[in-house]
Design a protein around this ligand. Structure first.
Ligand code: GDP
Ligand code: IMO
Ligand code: MG
Length: 437
């Protein structure tokens, strides 16, 4: 009956999706619990096709697993219908009972998308660099209690009543504050009533179903989106997303009981990337940064933006481990570091001659610190056919061991390529997230 939460430890795009796809084999339920279509989780299916998921959990390539969109996720119904259709066209999600959408999910509405863009423009040089997926405005409305939920969308009368209450103030906001032309209300209503019809079959009251599944011995896997430093409370505010991205959010965002979470695993990319604005201590502005972009194919799965790249930062990672209470780490993209003569790891920060062991909360302070690097020797290549840590080149083994020492947490899987089978474990068999580490 174990439940395991898997979250990103950096600024997102650590490879959470492909890891969930690997671990999902041993799960019965795979649950998203926060974020929205700002997430872009890339999987490679058994036909070598790239599948990018924004809202649907990354267990969907397994035919018998139930994928759940929990109440903490903000759902753009148009995007979700599009994602369902494209999965079905690719031969997945044939059985509708494979996807549950919580009736309590808040919706990302067309005015949220417009407002995301207008608010970004208004920030001028202080732009956050959002994904423009309407995430901030949708969560704002949830908190302000003027949001629309999935339960409203599938009930025509309720939806119309909700729109009558909400649309006038949105029109006023768009037109009077932003000088925008406003939204076509009839078009919005007609389209959304149609989405409601298309999605109704998937909508469920999730908490009783999930808690019963857990009590009856099923394996639950919770899939985080974004990463620790994009957390609304603990990340590099205001350059963050609008939800908690930590493991704790799995409880609030799904309705599972607090005591039901048995294990927390963190996904760590072997170097660091970030999309959008905000401080990034180990960022490489030199040719090295471009090499990481090229070798790691570091372009956003949601917006196509080039990701900012730099070396691994264990000061930042120690904060992520502390905030999440991590039991183990899954290290991804180790293959991308092959071919570098030296591989720096940031082990501390320095400011005005003083060594800092913690990440400062203030982003102005964070922007002033310098990374203190320890340099490890590199390795040439990681062969495709290896499946255990012991078979790694000596220096790659040393790199993995040094990270474990610095972070004081075991690395339970390392990935060495984007496909499901491109992973290493201690035994050579898929690591079980539902039994001992
Ligand atoms: P997520 O948002 O955390 O799920 O990560 P993304 O899917 O946005 O970005 C990770 C990218 O790295 C994707 O393009 C993956 O296909 C790719 N990837 C994941 N693991 C590995 C790996 O071990 N090696 C290589 N070379 N690519 C990987
Ligand atoms: P996955 O799940 C990387 C970043 C945006 C921006 C900030 C706020 O694929 O790891 P938002 O649209 O959420 O208001 O943008 O957060 N961001 C991500 N960066 N991966 C993601 O998701 C992200 N989701 C949001 O680039 O800096
Ligand atoms: Mg991503």
């Amino acid at each position: 009956m174990p439940a395991t939460v898997v979250v990103g430890c950096q600024w997102g795009d650590e490879g959470k999706g492909r890891i969930i796809d690997l671990l999902a084999e041993q799960a019965d339920y795979i649950v998203r619990f926060q974020g929205g279509a700002n997430a872009g989780h890339t999987l490679i299916d058994r036909h070598d096709r790239q599948v990018i998921l924004h809202l649907i959990p990354s267990g969907i390539l397994w035919p018998k697993k139930i994928c759940v969109i929990g109440n903490g996720v903000v759902v753009n119904p148009a995007k979700l219908v599009e994602e369902i259709n494209s999965l079905q066209q690719a031969g997945y999600l044939k059985d509708q009972s494979q996807l549950w959408i919580s009736d309590s999910c808040h919706l990302v509405m067309p005015y949220h998308l417009i407002l995301d863009g207008l608010e970004e423009e208004a920030r001028g040089s202080d732009k956050i660099g959002t994904t423009l997926r309407g995430i901030g405005p949708a969560y704002m409305d949830k908190v302000a209690r003027c949001g629309v939920r999935m339960a409203d969308l599938i009930d025509e009368q309720r939806f119309l009543q909700r729109m009558t209450n909400i649309l006038p103030s949105k029109q006023k906001l768009l037109k009077q504050l932003y000088n925008h032309a406003g939204i076509d209300e009839q078009k919005l209503i007609d389209e959304h009533l149609q989405y409601g019809e298309q999605l109704a079959a998937f909508v469920r009251q999730v908490p009783p179903l999930l808690n019963t599944a857990y009590a009856s011995g099923k394996n639950l896997l919770f899939e985080g989106a974004q990463g620790c430093e994009l957390d609304l409370d603990h990340g590099t505010y205001p350059y963050v997303t609008s939800t908690s991205t930590l493991a704790a959010a799995a409880i609030q965002g799904s309705g599972i009981g607090l005591k039901s979470i048995d294990r927390v695993l963190g996904v760590v990319k072997a170097y660091t990337t970030r999309v959008g604005g905000g401080p990034f201590v180990t960022e490489e502005h030199s040719e090295i940064g471009n090499q990481l972009v090229d070798k790691g194919k570091e372009f956003g799965a949601t917006t196509g933006r080039k990701r900012r790249c730099g070396w691994l930062d264990t000061v930042q990672l120690r904060q992520a481990l502390m905030l999440n209470g991590m039991d183990g780490i899954i290290l991804t993209k180790l293959d991308v570091l092959s071919g570098f003569a030296k591989i720096p790891i940031c082990v501390a920060y320095k400011k005005n001659g003083t060594t800092l062991e913690q990440m400062p909360t203030s982003i102005t302070e964070l922007a002033k610190v310098e990374p203190v690097y320890e340099e490890l020797p590199g390795w040439d290549i990681i062969r495709d056919e290896i499946h255990t840590f012991e078979d790694l080149p000596k220096n790659a083994r040393g790199f993995v061991r040094r990270i474990e020492e610095l972070l004081e947490v075991p690395i339970v899987i390392a990935s060495v390529g984007p496909k499901r089978e491109n992973y290493l474990s201690h035994s050579g068999r898929p690591f079980s997230p539902f039994s001992g580490l």
